[in-house]
Design a protein. Structure first.
Length: 340
């Protein structure tokens, strides 16, 4: 088998009378197969647990035992993960969960369909970020192709993380000159003067998730230097009034907690050469009773406006612990029942 080949597979019918089958998947590179299995076969165990199948290593092959449909899903996941390793990408737990979630794509003549297509990779200083669901891939494509993109959905779907990654990537490529990240400080009612310390110390607790994302993509010293040089600005929404934000990637996070007036104010800050991303979850609005969310209004008014894109996520796009997806789905069911 040539250096570029990935694997072949053959099928048997041991135990077929009980509805169980065997699928043998071969991998040409033993070193990569070791990485695919993981330390103490932890990656295989995760696939076994998720699909209810058994995986046994046989030389340079993996033998999968179980119902035929589950075997095909397991084999597809193993192929995707092996191809990822072959391209020099490390395997993380979330990559395995994503491979198991992804529906099998139609066959493409002459080669294996790549799960992590280069067209939706985001390259930063510290890592290459890869969308793990179709909704995430669509979101990333829009971030790079549209001037204003709304990412709307529950926590854990990567809305903020991917937007910050895109901002860092565009800055490294010289497509924008600065990064501006903002959130409503709604927990303190924007009355930041009641908190101890100088202004930075007052607002940092609300902005910490944005700092965390930046530190995933850039060395800490570089983040600090860029903040000092105003190439990165992290500030509460209230500080955006009266400004024109040009040559920048501008992100408003937790936008469900912006009022209608604040949302309009923020959207009209967009200047020449800038891109804007608005992220939020309309099921987690913390505004006072009777105050309507600006994100809800923006969805209604801006749908179909040229240059504006919407990416919507649900529990299937959660890339945190799988239990988070089940929790979100459980909370969402009664709400849908009331709305329907």
């Amino acid at each position: 088998m040539g250096a570029g080949a990935s694997h072949t597979d053959t099928a048997g019918h041991a135990g077929a009378e009980h509805g169980l089958h065997e699928l043998l998947v071969e991998f040409p590179d033993n070193r990569l197969l070791i990485d695919l299995c993981g330390e103490f076969d932890v990656n295989l165990a995760r696939i076994e647990q998720h699909l209810g199948i058994t995986i046994i290593r046989r030389g340079n092959a993996l033998a999968l035992h179980g119902p035929a449909d589950d075997l095909r899903r397991g084999a597809d996941a193993l192929r995707d993960l092996y191809d990822r390793l072959r391209r020099g990408r490390p395997l993380e737990r979330g990559d395995i969960d994503a491979a198991l979630r992804r529906p099998a794509p139609p066959a493409r003549p002459g080669g294996q369909i790549e799960m992590f297509g280069a067209s939706v990779e985001i390259r930063t200083r510290k890592r290459v970020v890869e969308p793990r669901t179709e909704a995430q891939r669509d979101y990333v494509r829009q971030l790079f192709s549209r001037e204003l993109v709304f990412g709307i959905g529950p926590a854990g779907t990567g809305k903020t993380y991917l937007a910050v990654a895109a901002a860092v990537s565009m800055h490294l490529e010289g497509r924008i000159g600065r990064i501006i990240l903002s959130r409503p400080a709604v927990e303190a009612g924007e009355r930041l003067g009641f908190l101890p310390g100088d202004m930075k110390e007052k607002v940092d607790p609300y902005m910490q998730p944005l700092y965390d994302a930046l530190n995933d993509f850039l060395p800490a010293k570089q983040v600090q230097r860029m903040i000092e040089e105003r190439q990165i600005e992290i500030a509460p929404l209230a500080f955006m009034r009266g400004r024109t934000l040009s040559d920048a990637f501008v992100l408003l996070d937790e936008a469900q907690n912006a009022t209608e007036m604040q949302m309009k104010m923020f959207l009209t800050r967009l200047g020449e050469g800038s891109r804007m991303a608005i992220t939020g979850d309309v099921t987690q609005i913390d505004l006072p009773a009777g105050v309507r969310s600006g994100l809800v209004q923006a969805q209604e008014l801006l749908q179909g406006v040229e240059g504006v894109g919407f990416a919507r996520f649900d529990h299937r796009d959660v890339v945190r612990h799988p239990l988070v997806a089940r929790i979100i789905a459980a909370y969402d069911r009664p709400r849908r029942g009331r709305d329907g």
